[in-house]
Design a protein around this ligand. Structure first.
Ligand code: IMP
Ligand code: MG
Length: 184
């Protein structure tokens, strides 16, 4: 669906759950910790498109050691705001991960299906090490058992938008995380 009306667009932005400054603070701390932990090691940050592109862009600017970035796209199928199961890798990494310590940078872990599949795939390629850092975690929604190594915010079972996360491809550019208002 195409949205062009600003008032309709804004009407669906509900309560702000995590503010811009809270995100910034958490990222700063995370960047410092990762810079310390991976100092002297070949580091590759892998972002899962599209949702994690904003998080990766900000996180890599808080990392003070040399690192490369890489991109993968995984599509999990949705009916409305609910994931229905299948995960397809639609765009693959250019780098050979066996040369790197890899950190997967993800926007949100919901059912766990996407990351369970991406981690399984990447492990088969034998990275020097593999860690998962997620901005958001909705543990109450897990279908597949999965735990991130680092999770910056745990949130309740609400569909959220902003800071890379979309609803129908909109709202990715909001600088904060908000709840999405599905019924007006
Ligand atoms: P999974 O259910 O853990 O496989 O998550 C799949 C993907 O669904 C995430 O990487 C997000 O892109 C998307 N997703 C899950 N929950 C939300 C949400 O609350 N808002 C926006 N996207 C979401
Ligand atoms: Mg995602």
């Amino acid at each position: 669906m195409t949205v062009t009306n600003k008032a309709d667009y804004e009407a669906r932005i509900d309560r702000i759950l995590i503010s811009e400054s809270e995100i910034k603070q958490a990222l700063k701390r995370c960047g410092e910790e990762l810079s310390r932990e991976y100092n002297g090691k070949p580091l590759l940050l892998v972002s899962i498109l599209k949702g994690a592109f904003v998080f990766l862009a900000d996180l890599c600017r808080e990392i003070t050691i040399p690192c490369e970035v890489g991109f993968m796209a995984a599509k999990s199928y949705f009916e409305g705001t609910t994931s229905v199961g299948n995960v397809e890798i639609t765009y693959d990494l250019a780098q050979n991960v066996s040369n790197y310590h890899v950190i997967i940078v993800e926007d949100i872990i919901d059912t766990g299906r996407t990351l369970a599949e991406v981690v399984r795939m990447l492990k088969e390629r034998h990275p020097l090490s593999l860690k998962v850092v997620t901005l958001l975690d909705k543990p109450s929604r897990r279908v597949v058992p999965f735990e991130a190594d680092v999770s910056l915010f745990t949130i309740p079972d609400h569909f959220v938008i902003g800071y890379g996360l979309d609803c129908g491809e909109y709202y990715r550019g909001l600088p904060y995380i908000a709840e999405y208002k599905s019924d007006l």
